[in-house]
Write a protein that binds this ligand. Structure first.
Ligand SMILES: Cc1cc2nc3c(=O)[nH]c(=O)nc-3n(C[C@H](O)[C@H](O)[C@H](O)COP(=O)(O)OP(=O)(O)OC[C@H]3O[C@@H](n4cnc5c(N)ncnc54)[C@H](O)[C@@H]3O)c2cc1C
Length: 395
């Protein structure tokens, strides 16, 4: 008969290991978490009012967190895609969705296309200082009249000798007020549909670039969101990023990485608010006992934990395929759709479990809900994800 110590018992407190992560990723996770908890989280409430300062980007550059998967020759850490997943997950501990989003737009939305499609000169001019945190990036796809329908954009870039002249407008642009450069999606041939779209790297201090308005929003208050106008902005032909007429395909690729990183952030955000709420439910008493011990509340947690775990597994498995050279658009869309919905549902249920406290700013649960709500809209809405998934079956 086995001795008592040999009997296998469930270990609910064990660290969650996953095969995509190595010990190096674990060490990276520890160092990012320590930075986030010491230097970002204490400012979460303040930055809701002021937006996060640019010094956050500079500091993260100094610490080497902005180019985790970028080559060492450009100042990056030379890590893999999973390092970016670690960053997205740990940024959830800033308790400030807006700060996490501003950083993610820099590292995982605007930076990858510069790395993949940029010329050596463009990389030296923008990628190197962006990895150092000395220059801030933003990405301009959405326009007042075209969001989901990227081919419907109207911003025009017209060739004039050795230059292009850009006219148009972009909206909801994260980092739009603080950025030094924008990865701008334009039309160079308005009659060519998807084949008429071209990317440019446009310095934000050029004459004709107008930061029109700081937009107010439901959540993500720590980020800045801009309405931008481009009026006869002249850029040299060398400012083109990637190939002329291939911008739609470049940006479609960029969106896949962005969606998966967003999904990882959703899982981590949901987990953080879940953990906070478990603690609350084990302390808060009603009718003579801790509310977490009511079966109905226990089952809410069980449902949430199962949903979070399912989203996490989808993200990790899909990230593994993406990192190994596949282009699993269907599964990335599924992961993005599922993780966003889970995150919003979990945050909503956590407000419920907190009762009136959940509605108060002091607890931060309402902020988590407001911040996470964006994920069902940004980087491709739920409806667009469903359409991509449905079409992938030939429907
Ligand atoms: C806080 C915030 C930050 C953002 N940051 C950026 C940024 O940095 N850069 C950037 O370029 N954009 C950014 N966006 C824009 C975001 O990506 C778009 O809002 C999103 O893609 C949806 O586009 P839209 O708002 O134009 O909605 P629309 O495309 O007008 O959609 C409106 C509704 O119609 C539905 N719909 C549209 N087409 C279809 C269809 N074919 N089938 C079924 N339903 C459909 C949509 O799902 C949605 O419910 C940001 C948005 C927000 C709110």
């Amino acid at each position: 008969m086995a001795a008592t110590s040999d009997v296998l018992k469930p270990d609910f407190g064990a660290t969650k290991k996953h095969f995509i992560f190595t010990e190096e990723h674990d060490r990276l996770r520890e160092s990012i978490r320590s930075f986030v908890q010491k230097e970002l989280a204490p400012h979460a409430a303040e930055w809701e009012e002021t937006t996060f300062p640019d010094s956050v980007i500079r500091r993260m550059g100094e610490l080497g967190f902005l180019g985790l998967s970028m080559p060492e020759q450009y100042g990056g850490q030379g890590g893999d895609y999973f390092a970016n997943i670690v960053l997205a997950e740990e940024m959830a501990h800033a308790q400030s969705g807006g700060t996490a989003m501003g950083v993610a737009v820099h590292t995982d939305m605007a930076m990858p296309p510069i790395h993949l499609f940029g010329t050596e000169e463009q990389k030296q001019e923008w990628l190197v200082p962006a990895i150092k945190g000395e220059k801030i990036l933003c990405l301009g796809i959405t326009e007042p009249d075209a969001g989901s329908d990227v081919a419907g954009i109207k911003t025009r870039a017209v060739r004039d000798g050795d230059e292009y002249v850009i006219n148009g407008s972009k909206t909801y642009i994260t980092n739009g007020h603080r950025a030094d450069v924008i990865v701008l999606v334009t039309k160079t041939d308005p009659d060519a549909g998807h084949g008429g779209i071209t990317l440019f790297l446009v310095p934000m201090d050029l004459p004709g670039v107008i930061r029109e308005k700081r937009l107010e929003k439901l959540g993500m208050h720590a980020s800045d969101t801009a309405l931008l106008a481009f009026q006869d902005v002249r850029v040299p032909a060398s400012a083109m990023l990637g190939q002329e007429g291939k911008g739609f395909y470049h940006i479609s690729w960029e969106l896949q990485g962005e969606r998966l990183i967003g999904a990882a952030g959703c899982v981590a955000g949901a987990q953080r608010v879940f953990d906070q709420t478990v603690k609350f439910a084990l302390e808060r008493k009603a009718f003579g006992r801790e509310i977490g011990h009511f079966q109905v509340i226990r089952h809410k947690f069980a449902e949430m934990a199962t949903a979070i775990e399912s989203a996490r597994q989808m993200v990790y498995t899909t990230a593994w395929r993406f990192a190994n050279g596949e282009y699993p658009v269907r599964e990335i869309s599924m992961a993005k759709l599922h993780a966003s919905r889970v995150a919003v549902d979990v945050a909503d249920e956590c407000i419920q479990i907190h009762g009136g406290a959940g509605y108060m700013k002091e607890y931060g649960v309402e902020r988590a809900w407001r911040d996470l709500r964006l994920n069902r809209i940004g980087a491709g809405t739920d409806e667009i994800m469903l359409d991509v998934i449905g079409r992938s079956y030939g429907l």
